[in-house]
Design a binder for this molecule. Structure first.
Ligand SMILES: [Zn+2]
Ligand SMILES: [Zn+2]
Length: 350
């Protein structure tokens, strides 16, 4: 098999040939047909998150082992099943749920493998989709994509599921007042479309880039506000019709976390999804005074993924603008992503 491996944090990924994989037990081997290149792959390549105040969180210290084949947005066709696996249709494309857990901890037993304490996430702890073949431990992680193109379905595994799971955390507010979305790059546009698919009011978006605000309005946002405006808080609250009932921060920077905190109403929720980095900017007494819930959201559960794929197969999930590339282009894509030069989603088609 051909793959692109990360051998040292901070370095490029390197093309490698490996022996063909064999499957045992319930395992399934797939030929990769598409794998989205996610912004968080930049953090993996770098080997750390910025925690603010000069601190970083090192992946090496947290048990991430190299060499690693990254890629956590994979889709593929089944080529072989282990002796204990169910039979699978080899003519169909499946998208792979990458947020696999140990199946022994409390989180996994509750169906929240994405919050597993000993995770086995595809492309993070185990080899992922920057390869022409991928092995999956069980058929339950495979979802038939129906008529969708693999390059459109693959990004649902991270960018789609991440936004869907964040919205599920504030689902009860979506029909009462517009949800506020901070940051409308690829994830933000997906979020705007998903709000509609979930029956919510058109959202209010915030972004510092005029082109992205324009794109969000075209995608169905009710208002698009410049986060750098002096009166951004007042503008957002005017567009919502009062303090926001729910804010989703897809950036995760100190500036967006501050804005989100300031626009959200008493007793309401600020959901942080983005991993831009920094330190918490909130004054502690204001958290109880506003009685707000500040919550994180990471990927999504297997159950949420099943719901999302169902919506997508019905044509209700907007397709991100995608461009496909050969496997060997991955370093160039990662560099472009870092420089902010990728519009929509870059997808490898090995
Ligand atoms: Zn991702
Ligand atoms: Zn677990």
């Amino acid at each position: 098999m051909r793959c692109q491996t990360l051998n040292e944090f901070g370095g490029d990924v390197v093309a490698e040939e490996r022996a063909d994989m064999t499957v045992t037990g319930t395992e399934v081997l797939l030929k990769v047909t598409a794998n989205g290149v996610c912004h968080s792959d930049l953090h993996i390549r770098e080997g750390s998150y910025n925690l603010g105040a000069g601190k970083t969180l090192s992946f090496a210290d947290r048990g991430m082992k190299l060499p690693l084949v990254m890629g956590h947005e994979p889709a593929g066709m089944v080529v072989e099943t282990g002796p204990e696996s169910v039979e699978l249709d080899s003519t169909k494309n499946f998208v792979i749920f990458p947020w696999q857990g140990c199946m022994e901890c409390h989180q996994c037993e509750s169906g929240l493998e994405n919050y597993c304490s000993a995770p086995r996430y595809t492309g993070l702890q185990v080899d992922g989709g920057y390869a022409d073949y991928i092995k999956v431990p069980h058929a339950r992680y495979l979802f038939d994509i129906g008529d969708m193109e693999p390059s459109i379905a693959a990004p649902l595994a991270c960018s789609g599921l991440t936004t869907y799971s964040a919205l599920k955390k504030v689902e009860d507010t979506l029909t009462k007042a517009p949800v506020v979305i901070l940051g409308v790059g690829g994830l933000g546009l997906m979020c705007v479309g998903l709000v509609k698919a979930m029956g919510g009011l058109p959202p209010v978006v915030v972004d510092i880039d005029p082109a992205k605000r324009e794109a969000a309005l075209k995608a169905g946002a009710s208002a698009a506000i410049d986060g750098l405006a002096d009166d951004a808080v007042a503008q957002v609250q005017a567009a919502v019709g009062g303090p926001a009932l729910a804010v989703i921060d897809l950036v995760g920077a100190e500036s967006t976390a501050t804005l989100g905190f300031d626009v959200v109403g008493k007793g309401c929720k600020l959901v942080i999804v983005g991993l831009f980095g920094g330190a918490s900017p909130w004054a502690l007494p204001l958290i109880p005074v506003k009685a707000i819930t500040i919550m994180g959201s990471y990927a999504g559960s297997l159950g949420e993924f099943a719901e999302l794929i169902d919506l997508a197969r019905k044509g209700l999930v907007p397709a991100l603008p995608t461009k496909t590339y050969p496997l060997e282009a991955v370093n160039g894509i990662l560099n472009d992503l870092e420089a902010g030069k990728v519009i929509g989603r870059a997808v490898l088609t090995p």
